[in-house]
Ligand binder design. Sequence first.
Ligand SMILES: *Cc1c(COP(=O)(O)O)cnc(C)c1O
Ligand code: SF4
Length: 430
Amino acid sequence: MNIKNYKAFTIKNFLQIPQLQNISKEELRDIEVAGNILPFRVDNYVVDELIDWDNYRDDPMFRLTFPAREMILPEHYNLMDKALKENDISKTAATRNQIYKELNPHPAGQLKLNVPQQQGKKMPGVQHKYRETVLFFPSAGQTCHSYCTFCFRWPQFVGIDDLKFATNESELIADYLCKNHEVTDLLFTGGDPMIMNFQVFERYIEPILAAYKRSGLQTIRIGTKALAYWPYKFTTDAQSDDFLRLFEKIVKSGINLAFMAHFSHPRELETRAVEDAVRRLRSTGAQIRTQSPVLRHINDKPELWSAMWRKQVNMNCIPYYMFIARDTGANHYFQLPVVDVWNIFRKAYQHVSGVCRTVRGPSMSCTPGKVQILGVADVNDKKVFVLRFIQGRDPDWVARPFFAGYDPEATWFDDLKPAFGEKFFFENEL
Ligand SMILES: *Cc1c(COP(=O)(O)O)cnc(C)c1O
Ligand code: SF4
């Protein structure tokens, strides 16, 4: 097998990307300005094997990883352009911080809400929002092999420390699981936990395996984009066999190990490397469940979604979630009205068989919970959105249909108003 050595390009060295040698100075400048605002990192797998350089301007993989002028509001572009021309590092940094504050870095109260306490102390790096599932942000897993230009985790990558939340205390997590038996799922997330080297990852896993029998834990999930951005993690990297053995050990101990794999476009499923990686991961007994937001310019066609789900099932993966992109970062470029997203979902879902219909969505992760758009309906001659919670801050809210007034321009839950009455049924409790 071919061995590929990981190489990443960032704002500091992107001009060395061989494929960029033929593009104009203006385009390079746009990448530089936008890449000083949005997170920017792309690896040699994405550059060499995923991007179609013959057609890069409209290429979804290029758009997904290279910051572009259109992703930045004109006033922000001008501010950064000016700051860069002055060639003063502290001025650039101050401008960047000023712009970030206007980009809604922590939508849905991520930073302050849902952080559990243990012996009176907050557990930073842990979020416990839904009864059964705890999210864990291991501090060594807060970057990714490449960065998505739409990413809502971007404050974690851009180096403003007080916006980060992370911990390296997996002992605390293990202890928390033993004391809170309602928690069945521990979800490692980031960034991408699969950025970690083996020794570090193992240090996070071992205390949990040791405590597992004294807890209610059933499933360890690993949220990752590594299958799409660096599949060699599981095939030819020096430590790939160590990882696979550890995954096998987790499965053999009786835990369900599930990779929550982020795939945004069918292209990401087409290479030899990703096929090998999926096969090897599945051979450990781990499951792979797939998810992505719907993104304008990237995957806003139903045919792409039905193709993606079919291919995933064919590769032995399970379609899981379709998300509506969050209201953060470059959302004006990527966002679509919720009704458009629902139509993409509906048309894609109508064209696949039942084995693909394990997917749920489209859903918005917002303060009260994960809200699914079930569809548009007429109730007593009034056009409404029918919604329900897939997950709720209060489990009793889950799976109850409710109604919002139809609004063809609404792009996020905050834009929706109750169709009947003054308040949504959960608002008093919230
Ligand atoms: C989506 C999500 C989970 C996982 O929910 P499942 O329905 O179990 O997949 C957990 N915590 C948060 C904050 C989430 O957004
Ligand atoms: S892989 Fe996930 S966390 Fe990383 S940049 Fe992309 S969306 Fe964000």
